[in-house]
Ligand binder design. Structure first.
Ligand code: SAH
Length: 249
């Protein structure tokens, strides 16, 4: 199965960069993802290719006209079939791993990137929902759409190898990822934790889970509050904190 994504934008060449490198590129190469960036200006009704105009009621900035957006959305839906239409917006649902995972099983997505002050409100009925990259204002939806394409591509079948399974990443189990180490075994006087050299996979898994619980407790306690920790996990976290206080003393 391939996820088909159409991105509606004033900067198609910019958006296409996301599938030129790394995991999103691989997703296209293995046939799990197809991405096409559609220029909203192609749907301008004037010869000047303008798609924005002054806001009713006055004030700064320009607003994207509804007509070209509606035509671009219709054309994108015709091209890729029954797609969910997602507008990138600071007012949208936060882009979490849970949301990304849900979007990765959609057969087709149309991502609408605003510019200027945003979209004319009357296109709202054409949008299924809005997604936000975070509580800050970007100058356009493109970086948010590219972030979404990147994050979705990690979940597509055949894209990450066995070792890089997306399930092991931060947030997938509601926890942050455990720390990672590679060679050399000792660097600037710091050794890699012994357990990782032990070859004992059960022990390694237990250590990693303990570190993931500890990292989440220290860096993102809000995530732990949302999880109901099982007894064994709560015990592991206690062990982490105990060992950490031992190190500090
Ligand atoms: N006046 C709007 C912001 C417009 S910014 C407001 O304050 O709500 C222009 C465009 O950038 C938006 O239409 C949206 O597509 C995009 N954008 C800005 N911030 C974003 C964010 N945090 N997440 C996703 N898209 C964003």
């Amino acid at each position: 199965m391939v996820v088909k994504i159409e991105v509606l934008t004033l900067f198609p060449e910019f958006v296409e960069q996301v599938v030129k490198v790394g995991i999103p590129r691989k997703a296209v190469e293995v046939g799990a993802l197809s991405l096409s960036a559609r220029d909203i200006r192609n749907y301008s009704d004037g010869a000047d290719r303008r798609v924005d105009d002054r806001p009713y009621g006055g004030g700064p900035g320009m607003v994207m006209e509804p007509g070209p957006l509606a035509d671009a959305i219709a054309a994108a839906k015709t091209a890729i079939g029954n797609a969910k239409v997602v507008a990138l917006s600071p007012q949208g649902l936060p882009m979490t791993q849970a949301l990304v995972k849900q979007l990765a099983v959609e057969p087709a997505l149309v991502l609408v990137c605003g510019r200027y002050e945003g979209l004319d409100e009357r296109v709202t009925p054409l949008i299924d929902f809005e997604v936000s990259l975070g509580d800050f204002v970007l100058s356009g939806g493109e970086l948010a759409a590219m972030a979404l394409v990147d994050a979705v591509s990690r979940w597509l079948p055949g894209v990450l190898g066995h070792e890089g399974s997306a399930e092991a990443d931060s947030f997938s189990a509601g926890l942050l990822d455990h720390p990672h180490y590679t060679r050399p075994p000792s660097w600037r006087g710091e050794a890699v934790p012994d357990v990782l050299l032990s070859g004992d996979h059960a022990k390694i898994a237990r250590w990693r889970l303990k570190q993931a619980l500890g990292a989440t407790f220290l860096k993102r306690p809000d995530l732990l509050e949302e999880l109901e920790l099982s007894r064994p996990h709560a015990e592991l976290l206690k062990e982490f904190l105990h060992e950490r206080s031992g190190e500090k003393n």
